[in-house]
Design a protein around this ligand. Structure first.
Ligand code: AMP
Length: 416
């Protein structure tokens, strides 16, 4: 399959080529022709599958034919509304719209909470055809009548599963109440749960279903590995691995905001450059942290699950689960930040003996054991309760270096 077969016009094909995309990803091959044909689409695609381009490119294709080059704001009503669960994702999608839409005379903008509303209002007044928004802030604009949604032709709900998790559905219902019933609606979600299908039934009309990655699958080019270690030694093991493997860009997940800031300051004190991104930080701080990480000014970005949602950092080589997530599904989301769009990546989990239940849940979801690697000096202390031998199974211990990965060293037992 090539981009030429998908129905995109020459200038969008040129954009795609300029981005260095040689062939469409599976979700793009499936979704782009359907969206160009005006169909409602329910697509299962995780972040990292090229899903943003899968809806942005055909939307640009459809709108460009009727783009108005007039100056007056009245000639630039909101025609496309893209809703995202988090501000980071909103910013990212809006950047994608700008990148892919460079040659198309359409105005785009983004609105999200946690920042001043006045600059957003100014932009909206100038006229915006493609608006990316988080639900709460958009409703603020609707309430203040600083945005008019009565001419929306296409509605996109991005990361629908996360919208559900974060309790945004009542807000989305309100927003949809301001949009014409006759519209094209696209719903993207990492997974197809019963709730997502219900949501599709509520907002979509006779949708085409696109399901490219099997449920709960992980990209093939992703190496997963776990290191057993006591909780209080994880930070030192992390530093050891960063140094040993010369890691240059590592996204590290912690369970809590407090854990994220504590780890970040510990790494900092130990001379590992890093920044943190979590819900307690202001939008400006989060943006700065992300920029520093993207620009490789810092090696490590420590993040919580919610804050990291939708982060798109090109060619991210390493993701580390400093702690396994409480929700196994979040493991898939986390490691989806690496090994994207064909690049290779490594997902490392630092697992302490008391995380055996979380490990079991993750491995059940993956339907396989995560290969285990050992750094001798950091093995959990067997005198501690619970004993790691019992928890993780027993086996001869290897050395740090060479082939460290041993499926046989049985955290696999945790699957049962
Ligand atoms: P997304 O799933 O939308 O978050 O996209 C993940 C990454 O894949 C982004 O960095 C895109 O720039 C990149 N990407 C999107 N489509 C393609 C493609 N056809 N070939 C290579 N990379 C792509």
């Amino acid at each position: 399959m090539t981009f030429e077969n998908l129905g995109l016009s020459a200038d969008l094909l040129a954009t795609v080529a300029r981005e260095g995309y040689t062939e469409p990803t599976p979700v793009q091959s499936a979704a782009i022709p359907l969206i160009i044909a005006g169909r409602d689409v329910l697509a299962a695609a995780q972040t990292g599958t090229g899903k943003t381009a899968a809806f942005v490119l055909p939307i640009l294709e459809n709108l460009r034919h009727t783009a108005n080059e007039g100056f007056s704001p009245a000639r630039h009503p909101v025609r496309v509304l893209i809703l995202t669960p988090t501000r980071e994702l909103a910013v990212q999608v809006s950047e994608a719209v700008k990148t892919y839409g460079r040659g198309v005379p359409l105005r785009s903008s983004v609105v999200y909470g946690g920042t001043r509303i006045e600059p957003e209002i100014k932009k909206l007044w100038n006229g915006v055809e493609i608006l990316v928004a988080t639900p709460g802030r958009l409703l603020d604009h609707v309430g203040q009548r600083t945005v008019n949604l009565s001419q929306v032709e296409i509605l996109v709900l991005d990361e629908g599963d996360r919208m559900l998790d974060m309790g945004f559905i009542p807000e989305i219902r309100k927003i949809v109440g301001h949009i014409p019933a006759k519209r094209q609606t696209l719903l993207f979600s990492a997974t197809f749960s019963t709730e997502i299908r219900k949501l599709a039934g509520e907002f979509l009309t006779n949708p085409e279903i696109v399901e490219v990655a099997p449920r709960n699958s992980v990209a093939d080019n992703l190496t997963q590995v776990l290191y057993p270690v006591d909780q209080e030694r994880k930070a030192d093991l992390l530093i050891h691995l960063i140094q040993r493997d010369n890691m240059e860009q590592v996204l590290v997940f912690t369970r809590s905001k407090l854990g994220a800031s504590r780890l970040a300051s510990y790494l900092d004190r130990r001379g590992v450059s890093c920044s943190a991104i979590h819900g307690d930080r202001s939008q400006a701080e989060r943006t700065r942290a992300l920029e520093a990480f993207r620009g490789k000014w810092v090696k490590v970005l420590v993040a919580t699950d919610v804050a990291s949602r939708g982060l798109d950092i090109e060619d991210l080589p390493y993701v580390v689960n400093y702690e396994l997530p409480f929700e196994a599904q979040d493991y898939i989301h986390r490691i989806g930040r690496t090994g994207r769009a064909g690049a290779s990546g490594t997902a490392i989990s630092l697992v302490s003996p008391d995380e055996v239940n979380e490990l079991r849940a993750v491995q059940r979801l993956l339907k396989k054991a995560i290969p285990c690697a050992i750094v001798e000096d950091f093995l959990p202390d067997p005198d501690r309760e619970p004993a790691p031998e019992r928890r993780f199974g027993s086996g001869s211990r290897g050395h740090d270096g060479g082939s460290r990965s041993r499926e046989g060293w049985r955290p696999a037992a945790a699957m049962r």
